[in-house]
Every structure is written in structure tokens, then in C-alpha cells.
Design a binder for this molecule. Structure first.
Ligand code: NAG
Ligand code: NAG
Length: 428
């Protein structure tokens, strides 16, 4: 049709047909933009993170059989857990898991049966009573828009009932998987009276960064006190009412309360708390959500070198995967290889912090990276009331941007971290 039309008009007026094509292209482009805009706003509304497509099925399959679902309960008489046991006494950890009535049976109970049981105290925060878990029934409505209120109510409850029972207070979701021993290791040197909180740090919206909600965040005893006593009652410090983005809001609140956003990377600069499942960090996906690359506070390696040997938390872990992780981490061991724990670091005084990871010191001799790093640390993006939930933006939105952001960063950093490791190995 179009070609026919063009052909019949070519001799008549070349200029005119050119204009027709151009306006056609422009209209087409605009329509495309409108359509893709609509698609994007749709996708922002629904949770569209690259989760395992089978995970919904997983939950359905797992639920009916759960009462007969066998737990791995056998001893490992030759395991030496002296150090882990010592840390359990010295670094007392209260974990509270954000859940909701739909998820009590489908997700929360699997948290309890896997990683949750390793916390000193484990609480499930929900809007409904459930004696089996059990839950703490908070007086808040359900739904994502109530998340911020729920977080505040949960920490108020924790402060009121358990302030003296723990040193650190970890908030997680019911699709978080955490390796509690490694969380204690990270916290071990810190004094609980230091105002600090740790998590996977994102850089926008809050000057010092904020902790991504999904892999959880852990507040020191003093951070908890400031939040509940000085923050929540003061609308100048912490946002009253409720919003969806609880992680950004608590980040703002922590900054206003002078609670430092801690660095959860290990001594080598490898990440320990992660916003996705292990596979998405280990096997780098170029189409991994574009915002992830923009939001990272620290430029970390992705790929097989991504993650600390003492990793602490992952997000979007399906209930089935929690059992798999538990088996791989706590049971499966290659015979004849025993890893002795490193010596524990020295304890810090109140207000003292560990120096940044070795990797950063190596990088500081290299100009290009230096500037990038500075930029990242000082960039403040002003928030707007319409900002999307950071965890809900679709991965497919800006493929080209992702590729652009992703590829050079990764290559460059890989070689650098390799250098860092070599430098470290030489020194020893
Ligand atoms: C267990 O490990 C600790 C620390 O590595 C060590 O001091 C202790 O001797 C070990 N115990 C046994 C029975 O091997
Ligand atoms: C914030 O904390 C730092 C270190 O803990 C302290 O030096 C500073 O005075 C505090 N600022 C305010 C406003 O409390």
C-alpha cells in the first residue's frame, strides 16, 4: 500500500513524498513513545523484577505438603561451631520478618524452618494473628501502601518489648534468605551503641545512601533507639503517615537522626548483602534492571567474582530455594576440606568504624576510577513525590542504557579487583 502510494506520487512530487514519509515516521515514533510509556507505567505498578518464573508455582506446590515436609534435622558431630556459638552470645540478633496474612503459610513458615531459626529472637510482623508462626499482629492495614507505617509500628514493638534482649535488629522480608552467622561476623567489631545501620546500599534519594528493603537492613541498638524515641514522633526527622517506599523513608530518617549508613562489603570490597537471588549476581545478566546499575552506591563486580565468601543476604528467594540454600550452605561439604575461621577482628569503640575495603585503596591510585567513585559518593538526587518504588521498576525499560552502564564498568572493575587480590596476596 505505502509503496504503491509512493510510486504513484514519485513523479508528481518527490519533495512531497519525502515529507509524507517523514511525518509518518514522526507520528509512528510518537505513538511508539506513548505506547512504551504506557507499558512502563503499567510495569511500575506491578512487581516485575526478574524473579524465577516458576516461583509462584513453587509456592503452590510446596504449600499443601508442608506439614509432612521433612526438615533436615541431623547433627554434624564433627563440625566445630565454637566460634559461631561464641558469636551467637556476643552478637545478639533480633530478626523480624515483614509478612502478611497471604504469606504466613506460603512463605513465612519456610523462613522459620530455614534461616530464621538461627536468629537469637525471630518475630513475624503481620496485620493478622497466626498462632502457629506466631505473628505479632500490628494495628496497620494490609497492602503495599502501608509498608512504611508497618515498619514504624514493627520497630516500635521491638523497642518496647525487646530493646534489652538484643544488640542488633534486623528487618527482612519473607523472600529474603540470610546467613545469620555471617551477619554476626560483619557486626562483631561494631559497638551496638554506635549509631549505624547496614544493608545493601543504594545511592539515590538519600545523601548518605539508603538500604534496599529486600535483602533487609540491620539497625544497631542505638539506631533503633534514635528511630523510635527521636525519629518516629518527630515529623521533621521521619515522615509521618505511610508510603510504599519504606526503605527510602527509613534511609532519610536514619540520615536525619545522624545514624551512619554503614558499608556492608567485606575487607576485599565484595558485596555481602544483595538485592537479587545469587544467580542474578553470579551469572551477570545484561538485562538486569537498569535501575540497579544506576542505584548502586559502590561499584561492585558482578559475575562469578561478585560475592563475598561470607555473604549475608539475598532477595527474591522462593521458599523451595530456601531449603536448597540451607542444604548447600549448612550440610553439603566436600570431604576433607575444612575451612578454619579467620581470626575475629578487633572490637571498635562507640562511634568507630572499620576502614573502607582494601580494593578502594588500590583504586585510589588510578585517576579515572577515583573521579567516578567521588561522583558516586557525593551525588544527591532530589526526591520527588512521584518516585517509583525502587524495587518495582521493570528491567526491560532501558535495555541500551543497561548495556551501556553495565559493560564498561564490569570489565574495568574485574581487572581491578583481580589486581587488588593479587596485591593483597603479595603482601601476605
Ligand atoms: C574448634 O575451633 C576452635 C577455633 O578455630 C579451636 O580453638 C578449637 O580447638 C576447635 N575444637 C576442636 C575440638 O577441634
Ligand atoms: C553526628 O555524629 C557524629 C559522629 O557520631 C558527631 O560527630 C556529630 O556531632 C553528630 N551530629 C549531630 C548533629 O548530632
Amino acid at each position: 500500500m505505502v509503496t504503491q502510494y509512493l510510486r504513484s506520487h514519485v513523479s508528481y512530487s518527490r519533495k512531497r513524498s519525502f515529507l509524507t514519509i517523514m511525518s509518518g515516521l514522526i507520528i509512528g515514533f510518537c505513538l511508539g513513545q506513548i505506547i512504551s510509556y504506557v507499558t512502563i507505567s503499567e510495569s511500575i505498578k506491578s512487581i516485575s523484577i526478574p524473579v524465577d518464573k516458576n516461583s509462584q508455582n513453587d509456592i503452590k506446590q510446596l504449600a499443601p505438603s508442608i506439614n509432612t515436609f521433612p526438615e533436615i534435622i541431623h547433627d554434624h558431630p564433627y563440625d566445630n561451631s565454637t566460634v559461631a556459638d561464641q558469636l551467637k552470645k556476643e552478637v545478639r540478633l533480633l530478626c523480624w520478618v515483614m509478612t502478611n496474612p497471604t504469606n504466613h503459610k506460603e512463605k513465612a513458615r519456610h523462613v522459620k524452618r530455614t534461616w530464621g531459626k538461627r536468629c537469637n529472637i525471630l518475630l513475624f510482623m503481620s496485620s493478622a494473628q497466626d498462632d502457629e508462626l506466631p505473628t505479632v499482629k500490628l494495628d496497620v492495614g494490609e497492602g503495599r501502601e502501608n509498608l512504611w507505617r508497618k515498619v514504624k509500628e514493627a520497630f516500635k514493638y521491638v523497642y518496647k518489648h525487646h530493646y534489652n534482649d538484643a544488640d542488633w535488629f534486623y528487618k527482612a522480608d519473607d523472600d529474603t534468605y540470610a546467613i545469620i552467622e555471617n551477619l554476626r561476623l560483619m557486626l562483631y567489631p561494631y559497638n551496638p551503641m554506635t549509631p549505624v545501620h547496614f544493608g545493601y546500599k543504594f545511592k539515590p534519594f538519600v545523601k548518605q545512601g539508603y538500604m534496599s528493603g529486600g535483602s533487609g537492613y540491620v539497625l544497631s541498638k542505638e539506631a533503633l533507639r534514635r528511630f523510635v524515641v527521636e525519629g518516629i514522633p518527630n515529623p521533621k526527622k521521619c515522615l509521618p503517615g505511610t508510603v510504599v517506599n519504606e526503605d527510602i523513608e527509613i534511609g532519610r530518617c536514619m540520615e536525619n537522626l545522624n545514624v551512619t549508613a554503614g558499608d556492608s562489603r567485606d575487607w576485599n570490597g565484595r558485596g555481602r548483602m544483595f538485592p537479587f537471588i545469587p544467580e542474578h549476581h553470579l551469572i551477570t545478566k545484561v538485562d538486569m534492571s537498569w535501575w540497579y546499575w544506576q542505584y548502586q552506591f559502590y561499584k561492585t563486580d558482578e559475575g562469578l567474582d561478585c560475592c563475598s565468601d561470607n555473604a549475608i543476604a539475598f532477595h527474591y528467594v522462593s521458599p523451595k530455594m530456601m531449603y536448597v540454600m540451607d542444604y548447600l550452605i549448612y550440610h553439603l561439604k566436600p570431604y576433607g576440606i575444612v575451612r578454619e575461621p579467620h581470626r575475629l577482628p578487633a572490637k571498635l569503640k562507640v562511634g568507630e568504624f572499620l576502614p573502607p575495603p582494601i580494593q578502594e585503596i588500590v583504586n585510589s591510585n588510578e585517576d579515572s576510577m577515583d573521579d567516578d567513585d567521588k561522583l558516586i559518593k557525593t551525588t544527591t538526587i532530589k526526591s520527588t513525590p512521584t518516585e517509583p518504588d525502587s524495587r518495582e521498576v521493570d528491567s526491560k525499560e532501558v535495555d541500551s542504557l543497561t548495556a551501556k552502564l553495565h559493560k564498561p564498568v564490569n570489565k574495568k572493575k574485574e581487572s581491578k579487583s583481580a589486581k587488588a587480590i593479587k596485591a593483597k596476596t603479595k603482601k601476605n
